[in-house]
Design a protein around this ligand. Structure first.
Ligand code: DP6
Length: 363
């Protein structure tokens, strides 16, 4: 049976607790079919699929203690030990969105201590890993307050909550391949949470590598939230949403057969389509930088020269994710060092690979 929002509203909690703390570490993810465009309540306009990453992670410790005043939320946020008041509005919005599903939120004061394995200013989105780590900590509290919560429901609700923080965050709970959004050919797929990709995946995609080239570490000129909004009344939006469904169908075949040539074409087309949506919205904007294009051209030249299966993808920014099978690790890293590092800000890049999801950290 299809889960609905109501299934995530808890019954009365059977236990009471005064205070405690939980720590979770959650990874970032990189979409192959992109989520761009959403309806109310963080419902995506189209399904997406992503590789969960392994090294780019956020670790969050949530400490909580009972408070008297139930009129408002009470929390403080620290990044690398320093109080971060500018994170508060985003978390306040998150708490408001999830309050109906976690009624205990007003009963406690929370201390949120977070750190990322990648530099905060790197331009790598920390919202996916950050929101999923926080959602998992909150689920640990709910688990302690409740009689029984199955592992399956725990992950599903963590993903459901993370989505309400940031859409792509719902794909950062588990691994290694996650689908978010209803798709007719994928049983169990849901607009409300991410699920593990349920079908056969060819050996070619095991340990897939993602080297992230940091082209521009500055703040994004246009936030994802504004970008998603611009898909309303966008002249090409409906065709794009249909295309995403069709592309996900094609990926089902690619994952099964291990057809890397088709994989490369589809992954790059998705990345460029995402950026074309930005360039054709009103107002229009360009998030790629000259060095993003230099890198893309070098990758194409290398592929033509060597018949490598290397390809690129992009998020809503200038950084380039270079994807390649593990079997090419040595040669591609050599190519990156020799030809691509010059285009990275301060020569900075991050080596990552496909990962298997979040972990609770027992302190
Ligand atoms: C371009 O998840 O950051 O990375 O739901 O508004 O928080 P909000 O948006 P966000 O959008 C990211 C979109 C993307 C593509 C993707 O990850 O699928």
């Amino acid at each position: 049976m299809q889960m609905t929002e109501k299934d995530f509203i808890p019954k009365i909690y059977s236990k009471t607790i005064e205070s405690g703390s939980y720590t979770w570490s959650a990874p970032s993810n990189i979409a192959l079919v992109k989520y761009w465009g959403k309806k109310a309540h963080q419902i995506p306009e189209n399904p997406s699929v992503s590789f969960t990453l392994n090294n780019c992670k956020t670790t969050t410790k949530l400490s909580f203690s009972k408070k008297e005043n139930l009129n408002s939320f009470s929390f403080e946020v620290f990044l690398d030990g320093e109080e971060k008041d500018d994170f508060k509005p985003k978390i306040e919005t998150f708490f408001k969105r999830i309050e109906a599903y976690l009624p205990f939120l007003r009963y406690y004061h929370f201390k949120i201590e977070t750190s990322n394995t990648f530099p905060h200013s790197s331009g790598i989105a920390s919202s996916a890993s950050g929101m999923s780590a926080l959602a998992l900590c909150l689920m640990s509290v709910e688990k302690e307050l409740s009689e029984v919560i199955s592992d399956e429901f725990f992950n599903q609700k963590a993903s459901f909550l993370a989505r309400l923080g940031s859409g792509s965050a719902c794909r950062s709970i588990e691994g290694d391949l996650i689908v978010w959004g209803t798709h007719t050919e994928i049983d169990g797929s849901s607009d409300l949470f991410g699920i593990k990709y349920p079908f056969e995946v060819h050996q070619n995609f095991k340990n897939y590598q993602d080297t992230i080239l940091l082209v521009d570490k500055g703040e994004k000129q246009v936030s994802s939230t504004i970008g998603h909004d611009l898909m309303h009344n966008h002249p090409f939006a409906q065709r794009r949403f249909e295309q995403a469904h069709a592309n996900l169908s094609k990926f089902i075949t690619i994952f099964k057969t291990g057809d890397l040539d088709t994989f490369v074409k589809l992954v790059e087309s998705e990345a460029l389509t995402l950026h074309s949506m930005m360039m054709t919205s009103m107002p229009y904007f360009i998030l790629m930088k000259p060095n993003t294009l230099e890198i893309i051209n070098k990758i194409w030249a290398y592929r033509n020269r060597t018949r490598s299966k290397i390809c690129f993808t992009l998020d809503a920014g200038a950084n380039v994710h270079v994807l390649y099978p593990e079997s090419e690790k040595e040669s591609v890293l050599e190519f990156i060092k020799n030809e691509l590092v010059v285009y990275c800000q301060n020569g900075h890049y991050i080596c990552d690979q496909i990962g298997f999801g979040a972990n609770q950290i027992q302190l």
